[in-house]
Design a protein around this ligand. Structure first.
Ligand SMILES: [Fe+2]
Ligand SMILES: [Fe+2]
Length: 179
């Protein structure tokens, strides 16, 4: 297994969620309605899994390790572009969250903002994933020794296990329970 293996497996699950979002987008067009609970679930997936867990491992482990490597100018350019993409993904998700909150309060105009957020996610993620899978991840592996690759895999697994605990600590905090 290469360090990019788990990241590419995660891409497949993100793509499945993007297909779900696509269906929900069609539903909005057909029924002029959306279930706010389902929008919350989608937002939770994008924020916790796609961003915090997946983009987190890309930025804090893989990209961090690449900063010490003699990257080609093309690879450095793509890496910077990917970090900017992640920022855009966070912005889209925040707008979607705000639209869903407005929608829950009865703001009728918020439905089209939810549809916009869904459309942006459907446009954003497949392109971003293709850039990583087809033009970045595989050639990057040549910058690392077998030992470094092993260490990166281990670091990824440790990050995943930390995250699981953080998620539940955050859940308790969100309910307002003080220490
Ligand atoms: Fe990414
Ligand atoms: Fe990715």
């Amino acid at each position: 297994m290469l360090p990019i293996g788990p990241l590419m497996i995660e891409h497949r699950l993100i793509e499945r969620m993007i297909r779900v979002i696509q269906v929900r987008l069609e539903d909005i067009k057909t029924h002029n309605a959306v279930d706010p609970g389902q929008v919350d679930t989608i937002i939770h997936f994008i924020r916790s899994y796609a961003d915090r867990c997946h983009h987190g491992k890309e930025e804090d482990i893989l990209f961090r390790a690449l900063k010490d490597k003699p990257l080609s100018s093309e690879h450095r350019r793509i890496m910077e572009e990917l970090v900017e993409d992640h920022k855009l993904g966070r912005k889209i998700t925040l707008s979607l969250l705000e639209a869903n909150e407005r929608h829950k309060k009865g703001d009728a105009a918020a439905l089209s903002a939810i549809a916009d957020g869904f459309r942006s996610l459907v446009e954003f993620y497949p392109k971003h994933i293709e850039k990583e899978d087809k033009h970045f991840f595989i050639p990057l592996m040549d910058y690392f020794s077998p030992e470094e690759k092993e260490a990166l895999i281990k670091e990824g697994y440790e990050a995943d296990s930390r995250l699981l605990h953080e998620e539940f600590v955050d859940m308790v905090k969100s309910l307002g329970v003080m220490k």
